[in-house]
Design a protein around this ligand. Sequence first.
Ligand SMILES: Nc1ncnc2c1ncn2[C@@H]1O[C@H](COP(=O)(O)OP(=O)(O)OP(=O)(O)O)[C@@H](O)[C@H]1O
Ligand SMILES: [Mg+2]
Length: 439
Amino acid sequence: MTCTFSPPVLRFFHVYGSKPKLPLWFKHFDHGPDGAGEAYHLGVFGKTGSGKSVLAKMILLAYARYPRRALLVIDPQGEFAKDMRPGGVTGGFVLPVGDVARNLGKQSYVLTVRNYESIFFERLTVPRGENRETACGVLVEKLQKAHVTLGGLYQRASFDKAWRLLGDDRIQTQFYRSETSRGRFNDLWREADPDEFYEHYWLPVAELFRADRRGAKTVEKALASLLNLEGNNELPRSRPILVVDLSREQAQNLFWNDKIQSLVIKRLLEGLTESAEYLYQEGRSLNTLVVIDEAHRLAPRELPREDAAARGVRSVLVDAARTTRKYGLGWLFISQTLSSLDMEILQQLRIFFFGFGLGPGQEFQSLRQLVGSTGKALELYQLFRDPHSSFDVASREYSFMTIGPVSPLSFSGSPLFFNAFNAVDEFLAANRLSETRSR
Ligand SMILES: Nc1ncnc2c1ncn2[C@@H]1O[C@H](COP(=O)(O)OP(=O)(O)OP(=O)(O)O)[C@@H](O)[C@H]1O
Ligand SMILES: [Mg+2]
C-alpha cells in the first residue's frame, strides 16, 4: 500500500497474512480537524494472551498524538502503570508507552492510593515494610472495634481517633519494639500538626471511600486538575495520560480487597462523568478516552444480587456508556469474552477488535451476531493461530479482526483483518514514533 495519510491515520498493522500495512483511523472526539465531533466507544476482545493489552497500548499511543486529548487508564492489574515508568517495561512485548508519550509532548502520571498513604507514614518516619504494616494493622483493628467504617473514615472524629491511637504508648510498642525508635516517633508525633495531617494526607484517601456525593465531588476536582480540564480552550495545554493503578500490590497496607477496589473505581467513574457533564454544559468537550482493562470484571453480565459494591460499579459504567458520548467521553473496554461483558455495554460499542480465541459455542454465536452471518469473515477469523503455539517468539502472530469505522478501507462495512506488529522497533518506525524519541 503506497498511500500516505495525514497524522491521525496511523499505519499500524500488517494486513493479515501479507506485508502491506493497514491504515487505521483514530480520531479525537472534539470538533475540528481530525475530530469525530463526538466520542465513540471501542472494545477489544480475545482469549488470555491474545495481545489485547498490547493492542490497547498501541491505540493509546495513536491517541497520544493529540495534545488536547486526555487519556485515562483504569488499571486493575497495575500492568499499564509499569509501562509508564521511565524505561519501565512489563516483559514480553516491551512497549515504552510513557517514554514515547513524553516524546510526543504528553506527560503521563500514575496514581495509586498508596501515594498518599506512604506520605502519611513517611512523614511520621515509620519506614516502609514490617513496622508500617503492623502500624496499619493495629490502626485498622482498633478503628473497626470503635465502629469506624470505611465510609466514615473521612470524618474528622475518625482521624482524631486514629491520631490518638498512634500516640498511645501501648500501641506504639506493637510496631516499634525499641525504645529509641519509639522516642523518635513520639517526638515527631507531638510536634506534628494534626490539622495538616488530616487535610493533606488523610482526607484525600479517605474521601475515595466516602459513600455520599461529596466523595465524588472531591475525586472530580482531583481528576479535573490532573487531566488539565480546567485550562481554557485558547490555551492548548497538553492533557496527560493518567493511569490509575488499582492493583493489590499498590495498596498492600490499606488492606485492599475487591470491595474497596470497586468502591474506588465507582468514585472515579462518577467523578469523571460529572466533569464531562459540567464541561458539556459550558459548551466544551471533555475529549477523553478511558481505557478499562478487565472490563468483564467491572461490568460482568452476571452478578450475585447481594454484591452491592460490584453492582454499583457496573451500573455507573453502563450508564456512562449510554450517556457520555455527547460529552466527548469515550471508553475502550477490554474483555476476554463477549458473553461475560454486560450486554448493554456491548450494544454501545462502535469499533471492535477481536483477537484469537473467541469460540466455539456461545462466544462464536455472539461474534456471528456482531459481524453478520456472511460466513466468509468468520471463516477467516477461525484461521487465527494461537500466538503461543509458535515455537519462537519472533514468529508469533497477534491477529485481529476489526469492525466499525476504524479505517478508510472499512467503508464497505465488512471486517478487516490485520496482524499487530510483533517487534517494537518496527511498530515505532512504521508509525513514526521512533524519530521523536531523541527529541
Ligand atoms: N503484538 C505483539 N507482539 C509481540 N508480543 C506480543 C504482542 N502482543 C502481545 N504480546 C505478548 O504476549 C503476551 C500476552 O499479551 P497481552 O498481555 O497483551 O495479552 P492479553 O490479551 O491482554 O491477556 P490477558 O487477557 O491475560 O490480559 C505478553 O507477553 C505480550 O508481551
Ligand atoms: Mg491484558
